[in-house]
Design a protein around this ligand. Sequence first.
Ligand code: PLP
Length: 416
Amino acid sequence: MAESFPGHPRAAEASRPLHAHPPVDRLADMTEHAQKAGFETRAIHAGYEPDAMTGAVIPPIYATSTYKQDGVGGMRGGYEYSRSANPTRTALEGNLAALEEGERGFAFASGLAAEHTLLQALCVPGDHVVIPDDAYGGTYRLFAKVEQPWGLAHTPAPVSDVDAVRAAIRPGETKVVWLETPTNPLLNVGDIESIAALAHDSGALLVVDNTFASPYLQQPLTLGADVVVHSTTKYCGGHSDVVGGALVVKDLELADKIAFHQNSIGAVAGPFDSWLTLRGLKTLALRMERHSDNAEKVVEFLSAHPAVSQVIYPGLPEHPGHAVASKQMKRYGGMLSFRVKAGEAAALQVCERAQVFTLGESLGGVESLIEHPGRMTHASVAGTELEVPGDLVRLSVGIETAEDLVADLDQALHVG
Ligand SMILES: Cc1ncc(COP(=O)(O)O)c(C=O)c1O
């Protein structure tokens, strides 16, 4: 690809070295042409131009905490200190912004670090937030055990019920409606466009955790959301080798607030982690296609299995969120859950008998994972409104040979 590749957000400055750009302006001149480049092209090229001095096509890992100044305050490209900005992180942040069709991206040390930073930027004690009544357990714990004692109230509401979300809003007090879609682990689907409209009608912002879908399958900012959240640990990184988080926004005033809090709180992605995540993003489109293909085959198998009482996957026509998912997602992704007819003990046995599916937390990597949400990822919601059924098993379907995945589940489901 030529150095003047027009899909790059900084194409107009392509002849200048990476570090010659003030980090805060890195997407300001994103051309109309760049906006139109295809997803896969943006995934591979956006955020970085081959290095002006060496031609390196991949951004170096800038393992530096500080930068030489040419005279006091004479910063090269605005880089001053690596908590504030680091060129490897800048490349990742530009790439994420381009993939989500936003203006600015921010990379953090984890998904929860991104979430906490965002809440600190958007809310003050006394405010209120509507949260999903089915969400990642760690997100719920953050709201219940960290933000609430600080003074931020929350009300859980089902994401699939627009009227229930509307009813949970406290006009004047609710600053944020927080959506996960599809949700973790029950794969409920929220209508991003409708919920954005109702949040905006009451003066609240809509935040969408897009971790399960990834920017390849769903772009919430194009549907009216104000902020996209990712645990980049999952599909964005894609190889189970890095923990990270991200925020992407369109509004530049909001971006400035987040930038201030990102620097002030300091829970930033390091250069090594940024590099791994950026490498993962380059193949996101291919991976998501294969995750979706394999998940569909696993769903077909489980749906016909006598030991399974329910398969939960937004791609199934009988899934209550199927129509909305079909409207706002490109495909239905690699995550699915199912319930084991014989109950919790049998569900635990299935998890333990699986061999190709690795028993473990997390999701979105190339390898298939199996877990028991009630005892693992969602143990922190036991006894709350977000408690999950004991007979539930969650799968993160990887990109292995589909027949091997099906055969593994077949043997694991022969539980006594
Ligand atoms: C949907 C969702 N959001 C946020 C997070 C938190 O991300 P992290 O573990 O990177 O802090 C997770 C983690 O599992 C998740 O599944």
